[in-house]
Write a protein that binds this ligand. Structure first.
Ligand code: HEM
Length: 477
C-alpha cells in the first residue's frame, strides 16, 4: 500500500507505506523523497527546514557518504558506527561543525558547547559537576515552585482559554533555568531580559552556514557579524550585573550555578576568568531551556492527539500522586510520564542533527574519510530507522516500558548525544520535563486549537513551527 505524504511546497507526492491501524497515532513528518534531488534543491530545502532534505533511504541506511562540493558529508545511522564516531574516534571527531561554531561563537565565546580539545576538557571538568545528576535533587524545589506558579497562572485563565503552548513552555523552562543559574531572586528579576536577548540573537543566526558548507576559509567574515553584536552586548551586560551582585545574594545562603562557576578552581587552583564565567553561564542558559521547552510542547501536542496515552498518563498521575504536588522523590515512580518524555524525544529530538568536523583523517565502518569531513549522527533519522524500531513513526510511549519491545542500545537512541560530549544536563532536563508534565497534566487537559496544522521545523532546534495554539481545560478532581 502507498500513502500520499505532503511535499514541502504543498504539492503531493507518493511516498512509502506508513500504514497503521486507526488506533495508532502517526504524528506529522515532512515529505520523504525517493530519489535524491539536485544539490541546489537540497540546499534550498535545508535553508527552510533541515528535516526536508532526507530521502526514504536515509532513514534505513547504516553509513552514508555524500559529497557537497569539496566536503565529504558522512551520516552514521546505526549504533555500531555511532559508537565508532562519537566514542572511539572522539579525539578526532570532538570538534563541532563549522556551522554550529560560527552560529554560536559570538554569544558563547569559548564556552563548553562549542569549544574542543584542551579548553573543552578543562571546562567540562568544571561545568559538568555543577549541573550533574547528583545535584538535581537540590535544584528540584526551584523547578517545582516555578511549575506551580505556571499552574496557578493557568488556573486564573479559566476553562477554554487559548494559549500558545510553545511560548508557555519556553517561558516556563527559561524561568527554571534562569533561577537555577542565577539564584531564585536574581533569576526572577532578570529572566525576561535574558530571554529577550537570546531570542533576538537567535533571529539573526542560521544553522545552515553556506560559506562553511562550501569549504570557504574560516577567516572569511560572516554576513551576520554586525547584527548579532547588539543582543550579545545586552546579554553580557545582564550577566555582568548578576555576577557583580552575586556576593550580596550569597550572603542570603542561596545555591546557584553562577555561584558554582565563581567558586570553581581548575587543577592548578586558578579560578575561571570573568569571560569564561559569562560564556559558561550563557552555554547553560542556551543549552538548557529551548531543548526542554520544545520537548514539552511536542509532548502536549502528542498527548492531545492520542487519547489512549493521555488517559494512561492521567491514570498514573492520579494513582501515584493522588492530588498532591509531586516531589523529587516521586519522579522515579512516574514511569509512564517518563516514557511519554522518552518517546517524545525519540520522535522529535530537540537537537535533530549532531555534526562534527574531522580534525584529522579518520575511519568509520572500515571507510576512510579526510580531515575536514563533516560527520553527522542524525537522531531524526536514527530514531525512525525501521531496522532499529518497530513502527518507527508511531507514537507509542509503551515501547519504553515493555520489556519485549524492540529497543536499540544506547548508541541507537541519542536525544542527548552520546560519548564524552553527551549532554551535561541530561538528568536535569529529564527531571524538569517529567515534573513539568506531571504537575501541569495533573490539573489540565490541553487540546489543539481546531484547524491547526502542526509540522516539525528544524533550524537550530526542532520545533512544532513558530507557535502551538492550544486550549486549556481544568481537569475535574
Ligand atoms: C530535554 C532537554 C535536553 C536535551 C534534549 C539536550 C540535548 C543535548 C544535546 C543533543 C547536546 C549535544 C549537542 C551536540 O553534540 O551538538 C547537549 C549538550 C549540552 N547540554 Fe543539553 N539537552 C537538554 C537539556 C539540558 C539542560 C537542562 C542543560 C543544563 C542544565 C543542558 C546542558 C548542556 C551542556 C552544557 C551541553 C554541552 C556539553 C559538551 O559539549 O560537553 N542540556 N544537550
Amino acid at each position: 500500500m502507498t500513502v500520499i505524504v505532503p511535499k514541502p511546497d504543498g504539492a503531493q507526492k507518493v511516498g512509502k507505506p506508513a500504514a497503521s491501524p486507526a488506533s495508532e497515532f502517526v504524528p506529522p513528518y515532512p515529505f520523504r523523497y525517493e530519489q535524491m534531488p539536485p544539490v541546489w534543491t537540497l540546499i534550498g530545502l535545508a535553508k527552510r527546514n533541515f528535516l526536508s532534505i532526507w530521502g526514504l533511504d536515509d532513514f534505513q541506511s547504516r553509513l552514508r557518504n555524500k559529497k557537497i562540493f569539496t566536503r565529504d558529508l558522512v551520516i552514521c545511522n546505526r549504533p555500531d558506527v555511532v559508537r565508532e564516531a562519537f566514542q572511539t574516534n572522539h579525539e578526532v571527531l570532538q570538534r563541532k561543525s563549522p556551522q554550529m561554531r560560527h552560529a554560536l561563537a559570538p554569544l558563547l565565546g569559548d564556552g563548553l558547547f562549542i569549544s574542543d580539545t584542551e579548553t573543552w576538557a578543562k571546562r567540562r571538568k568544571i561545568v559538568a559537576p555543577i549541573i550533574h545528576g547528583s545535584r538535581v535533587k537540590g535544584f528540584a524545589p526551584i523547578m517545582i515552585d516555578t511549575i506551580d506558579e505556571k499552574r496557578a497562572d493557568w488556573a486564573k485563565l479559566g476553562d477554554g482559554a487559548q494559549i500558545d503552548a510553545l511560548a508557555e513552555m519556553a517561558h516556563l523552562t527559561a524561568e527554571i533555568i534562569s533561577r537555577t543559574i542565577f539564584g531564585r531572586q536574581l533569576g526572577k528579576d532578570y529572566a525576561a531580559e535574558v530571554v529577550q536577548g537570546f531570542s533576538e540573537y537567535q533571529r539573526h543566526i542560521d544553522q545552515i552556514d553556506l560559506f562553511s558548507l562550501f569549504g570557504l576559509p574560516e577567516w572569511l567574515p560572516r554576513i551576520r557579524g554586525r547584527s548579532v553584536k547588539k543582543p550579545v552586548k545586552r546579554i553580557m551586560t545582564v550577566l555582568d550585573e548578576i555576577i557583580d551582585s552575586y556576593d550580596a545574594q550569597k550572603q542570603k545562603g542561596e545555591a546557584s550555578v553562577i555561584g558554582g562557576l565563581l567558586e570553581a578552581r581548575d587543577d592548578d587552583g586558578n579560578p575561571l576568568s570573568r569571560d569564561a564565567i559569562r560564556s559558561e553561564a550563557a552555554v547553560i542558559f542556551m543549552a538548557g531551556h529551548e531543548t526542554t521547552a520544545n520537548t514539552l510542547a511536542w509532548a502536549w501536542f502528542l498527548l492531545s492527539q492520542c487519547g489512549r496515552a493521555r488517559k494512561k498518563l492521567q491514570d498514573e498521575l492520579d494513582t501515584v500522586l493522588a492530588g498532591r504536588t509531586p516531589t523529587f522523590k516521586d519522579v522515579a515512580s512516574l514511569r509512564y510520564t517518563k516514557a511519554v518524555v522518552e518517546e517524545t524525544l525519540r520522535l522529535y529530538p530537540p537537537v535533530p542533527i549532531l555534526a562534527r568536523e574531522a580534525m584529522a583523517d579518520t575511519t568509520i565502518g572500515g571507510k576512510r574519510f579526510a580531515k575536514g569531513s563533516l560527520v553527522m549522527v542524525v537522531p531524526w533519522l536514527m530514531h525512525r530507522n525501521p531496522k532499529l524500531w518497530s513502527k518507527p513513526d508511531v507514537f507509542d510511549p509503551q515501547r519504553f516500558l515493555d520489556p519485549k519491545a524492540k529497543k536499540p542500545n544506547k548508541y541507537g537512541y541519542v536525544p542527548f548525544s552520546i560519548g564524552p560530549r553527551i549532554c551535561a544536563g541530561l538528568q536535569f532536563g529529564m527531571t524538569e520535563a517529567i515534573l513539568s508534565l506531571a504537575i501541569l497534566a495533573q490539573s489540565f487537559d490541553l487540546k489543539l486549537k481546531e484547524g491547526t496544522d502542526v509540522q516539525p521545523v528544524a533550524r537550530l532546534t526542532l520545533r512544532p513551527g513558530d507557535c502551538l495554539p492550544m486550549t486549556l481545560h481544568p481537569r475535574r478532581a
